[in-house]
Design a protein around this ligand. Structure first.
Ligand code: KIV
Ligand code: ZN
Length: 409
């Protein structure tokens, strides 16, 4: 079986911080980048250096702290397609340039609704194509690798040829990564296949034919407005040409967020062997760090929902009697993978549907004796005692109720 590595492009610090309420201090940006680097994330998009002095400092400092050699993560920074922004962004990446680990990411809209915001410039296609070539050239001449995004790719509509011209100009100027964004997260299930499989495949074929000697990385950047970011990203990998997924931890990002990286990584780990068994997809991320990164984002950026897939508080917590019984015997009985692999512990909550084994386990953990024949009766007493507590009780509440049960009448 052939194996294909899928690169993970983490934009938690850039697209993630564009999410209202998720911005972090300078120190936390550095801290986050260190966590991502420790987990072997391939590319860390740190920010938008031309937006403010602080953003510039963050990108520059992360590049300085993180990049130590030629196998350090690549540090990426975003800018609009404007000469002054390209120059500032290249400068901010300087500490990473000497090790060949700097990436400038630039974009132009190709969706007519986004282009209308550009006024007359948005109608001047030939000028936009020339600018793509000329401005990207500035970055590639400074030894920075360039990623180009036709923003709003999934709403390009009739503009396939214009998008091809832009991609061609970007590649002629030296760009080596082409990223296709579902900017407004509006690609529905069917359109998702149309854009992230068919159109991307068509573009990749045209480019391969025109530039047979260039190695181009295709990338998917999906927002989650209809909850389809994971499906669209995975389609782009398994059925389309993508070998890079862009997203954020905990799925944070503009509006309804970006694709969740922990979901993408664990999905590829579990289902990475393709249907026809001819290809296996994998990432180089050290999954034992996923929980810690997700916790960091939840504490410092935006609080995670308890039932959030993979890393949420409830993702490995069990309450019902039947599930608890099974899981005590076999952790995989009610888990899609062993949560220990990502640095998460299985836990239990005693609630209205819990049973004798669960009660017995806690009672014995606290050093009391619970006989096999009385466990059901004790569990029932505890449930009746707390019948109003539909959300469950803590282990210490369970123990005080057990002591109550033991009191002589
Ligand atoms: O969603 C988007 O289109 C973006 C681009 C800048 C890549 O974030
Ligand atoms: Zn985005």
């Amino acid at each position: 079986m052939q194996a294909r590595q899928i690169k993970i492009f983490d934009t938690t610090l850039r697209d993630g911080q564009q999410c209202p309420g998720a911005g972090m201090s300078f120190e936390n940006n550095i801290e986050y980048a260190k966590l991502a680097a420790k987990a072997n994330i391939d590319i860390i998009e740190v920010g938008f250096p031309s937006a403010s002095k602080l953003d510039y400092m963050i990108v520059h400092s992360v590049a300085k702290e993180i990049v130590e050699n030629k196998s350090s993560p690549i540090i990426a920074a975003l800018c609009q397609l404007r000469e002054n922004q390209i120059v500032t962004t290249v400068r901010s990446l300087e500490p990473a340039i000497k090790y060949g680990r700097a990436r400038l990411h630039t974009y132009v809209p190709v969706d007519s609704q986004l282009m209308s915001a550009l006024g007359d410039y948005g109608k001047n296609f030939s000028q936009i194509i020339k600018d793509v070539y000329n401005y990207i050239k500035i970055a590639t001449q400074a030894d920075v690798e360039v990623e180009f995004s036709p923003e709003g790719y999934s709403r390009m509509g009739e503009q396939f040829n214009f998008v091809t011209d832009l991609i061609r100009a970007a590649i002629e100027a030296g760009a080596t990564i082409i990223n296709c964004p579902d900017t407004i997260g509006g690609a529905c299930k069917l359109q998702g296949r149309e854009y992230f499989v068919e159109k991307m495949n068509d573009h990749a074929k045209i480019i391969e034919k025109e530039f047979p000697n260039k190695k181009i990385t295709w990338s998917a950047h999906c927002h989650n407005d209809f909850g389809l970011a994971l499906e669209n990203s995975i389609n782009a990998v398994i059925y389309g040409p993508a070998t890079q997924i862009e997203g954020c931890f905990n799925g944070i990002g503009e509006r309804a967020g970006n694709v969740s990286l922990e979901q993408s990584i664990m999905f590829l780990k579990k289902f990475g062997a393709c249907e026809n068994n001819k290809m296996r997809y994998y990432t180089n991320v050290k999954i034992e760090h996923l929980q810690a990164i997700s916790d960091f984002v939840s504490i410092n950026m935006l609080q995670r929902q308890p039932h959030w897939p993979i890393t949420g508080e409830n993702a490995a917590k069990h309450s019902s009697g039947g599930h608890t019984n099974a899981i005590i015997k076999n952790p995989l009985s009610y888990q899609p993978f062993d949560p220990n692999e990502i640095g998460k512990k299985i836990s239990f909550l005693f609630g209205p549907f819990s049973g004798g084994n669960h009660a017995k386990d806690i009672i014995e953990e606290f050093g009391y004796i619970c006989l096999e024949e009385e466990k059901a009766c004790i569990a029932q007493f505890i449930k009746d005692f707390h019948s109003e507590r539909r959300k469950g009780i803590t282990d210490s509440e369970l123990i005080s109720t057990y002591i109550e049960y033991r009191k002589p009448i």
